[in-house]
Design a binder for this molecule. Sequence first.
Ligand code: AHG
Ligand code: MN
Ligand code: MN
Length: 322
Amino acid sequence: MQRLAPALRADNVNLDLISLIKTVLAATKEISFRVGQGALSGVMGSTLDENIQGEVQKELDVVANQLLKDILLESGFVKAISSEEEDTSVAGNQNGKYIVSFDPLDGSSNIEINSLIGTIFSIMEAPEGMDAADPDMFKQQGTKQVCAGYVLYGPATILAMTTGKGTHFYTLDKTHGSYMLTEKNVQISEDTSEFAVNMSNQRFWQQPMQNYIGDLVKGSDGPRERNFNMRWIAAMVGDVHRVLTRGGFFTYPADNKSPEKPYKLRLMYEANPMSFLVEQAGGLSVTSEGRIMEIEPTDIHQRVEVILGSKNEVEKCLSYYK
Ligand code: AHG
Ligand code: MN
Ligand code: MN
């Protein structure tokens, strides 16, 4: 079994980027340890604060954010970071080569029930000639990502990562603290009979999504003439991990539940990195209007519709919008 750094060198990833990836992962090892300690870690509760998006922060959201932020800004490799838990981007080294966006703790509502949670990250090159404090540096299309990944703190701590040469899984060996390459070139099956969506929002979706999911639910009695199974982990890291592992269809579609917030998932630190991983594994990741990684960002916290997974099923879903 190969360790992470030699595996990346074999893919010709440049040494600065490898060092940066190792820096991100150092923080995730610390988060993994604390998560594994459960209530004993003393950080499993709620804070009294809200983030800029009006969501109540859990202690673990704050701790994970601080760990990633400190280690990245001190590393020297990073010109700026942006995070779900930071109002705006935070400047690092003006000469740093990279910028990093992250969701320090994805699936916060799962913390208290001891269910799946994770960390999502996305790395891009820092544009030259811009001030490290300028958040506009982050307004680059997802196609510009040089690395994306998530760490899933499940029964095992698993890293899924791509540097544009396939999506690979690494497992944290907790006996010596190294991520080991455990599955190379993960491939998402083109077909699936499993879908993931929060069904409680059904009546708020646009008509094409209602029709598409409605036909899946009709199963062998409906136009699809076969039964579909449903799963919903309520943490994108968990749902995308299942899709990468055994195929599937995942969506957080547009809804009109609250008119000022038509989408749930965030482009920079949820949708873009997951899209890179999914596309590198042969799947599709789109909105009802086009490829997610080609969206021109307007805001570091912008939200977006997400439809991803097994190629043929994503295309089938899109056909309902035509
Ligand atoms: P976060 O915990 O970082 O705010 O993200 C939670 C997101 C995503 O991971 C998940 O797919 C979705 O919210 C779950 O939404 P519901 O609560 O509507 O199921
Ligand atoms: Mn999240
Ligand atoms: Mn989060």
